[in-house]
Design a protein around this ligand. Structure first.
Ligand code: 3EB
Length: 333
């Protein structure tokens, strides 16, 4: 992804977002000043020193379980916010520039995937309206059985309907995002996000139709995300990216061909990668893999393509049943 390795300190930008993967091997200590930790895999009972801990029920593959750590750039404040309209809680942590927050709703209490998504996104919209961190930068959506149901009743499409209703039509631009299915059902629609005091710049991919302009064939309500977002500090937050060209899935049943197509899609953002700051973190890739057995060959190719990046793999379902993998990335500014 990175096209240049020039080193130029850029003084005028806000403090850099710093993100890293930490192996959860019991031996590695928690670093200080963590705004939020996103942990993968079931890890009951284990403590975290992060201000906000988000446990994601996606099994890590190929390597030790890890946490994605988002570092704070100053003192951290945490809290909980109640949204009476949806009966939900937003848990959050923020420093002076960024907020990380999560809402987790049980589908059994909210009447299925569509209403749960609507309630979650209604809560997010209301929370964001009163927040000092008014600009959504990056969102993750994790849910059960994402491909269950036929046609427009497929759960991902129902999720998109609920998300659209919850968000309303006030949005002028969208954050980057990921929407993924858990292999092990837990009935929870889990949405977490990064927001900032300043807006990012939404980017689209010339190889792909913008998701919010997908034609009707992909569902009644289009997904609301930007292909990538350039954060105010120039960190590039690339959305979940798959083997889609135009709006059509490519290379059904061929994971390695899907990988190459996905890599070409990721390559579209190379012009937006800024020169590396001296203190920049490594680039991070997260690979969602439908069939865990594919992991070794995917890993071999990805390490060859991105030798300087940190790459983690998790078992997950992708939002179209023919898609076998999806990759998201964080490229430091
Ligand atoms: C795609 O390109 C693949 O619904 O928020 C990727 C990233 C995808 C985000 C979302 C969906 C979402 O359409 C799926």
């Amino acid at each position: 992804m990175r096209s240049s390795s020039g080193e130029q300190p850029i003084q005028s930008l806000p403090a850099a977002l710093r993100v890293a993967y930490l192996p959860l091997d019991g031996a590695t200590a928690w670093p200080a000043n963590v705004l939020a930790a996103v942990r993968f895999g079931a890890r009951p009972g284990e403590a975290s020193d992060a201000a906000l801990t988000i446990d994601v029920g996606l099994e890590p593959l190929h390597g030790p379980p890890s946490a994605e750590l988002w570092f704070a750039t100053g003192p951290v404040h945490t809290g909980q916010w109640s949204d009476a309209a949806s009966g939900s809680q937003v848990r959050y942590a923020h420093d002076e520039q960024h907020l990380f927050a999560v809402v987790e709703l049980d589908e059994r209490q909210h009447g299925g995937i569509l209403l749960t998504a609507e309630h979650a996104y209604g809560a997010i919209r209301r929370f964001q309206q009163q927040s000092r961190f008014g600009h959504l930068l990056r969102m993750w959506n994790y849910m059960d059985a994402i491909n269950e149901g036929a046609g427009d009743l497929e759960r991902y499409r129902q999720f998109c309907v609920g998300r659209g209703r919850g968000l309303g039509d006030g949005a002028q631009s969208y954050p980057s995002a990921t929407a993924i299915g858990r292999h092990r059902p837990d009935h929870i629609v889990q949405v977490f996000w990064l927001a900032g005091i300043a807006p990012g710049q939404a980017l689209e991919n010339p190889r792909q139709v913008s998701a919010y302009h997908y034609p009707r064939v992909h569902g009644p309500v289009s997904p609301t995300f930007a292909r990538a977002l350039l954060a105010p500090d120039q960190t590039l937050l690339i959305s979940g990216t798959a083997s889609i060209v135009g709006h059509i899935s490519q290379h059904h049943d061929d994971a390695m061909a899907q990988l190459e197509e996905t890599v070409r899609n990721l390559g579209s953002f190379a012009p937006h990668v800024s020169p590396r700051r001296p203190d920049a973190s490594k680039d991070l890739l997260k690979v969602y893999v439908r069939d865990p057995e594919l992991t070794p060959s995917l890993a071999e190719r990805l390490h060859q393509l991105y030798p300087d990046s940190e790459i983690i793999f998790v078992a997950a379902d992708i939002c179209r049943r023919e898609l076998l993998l999806e990759i998201e990335a964080i490229v430091s500014g």
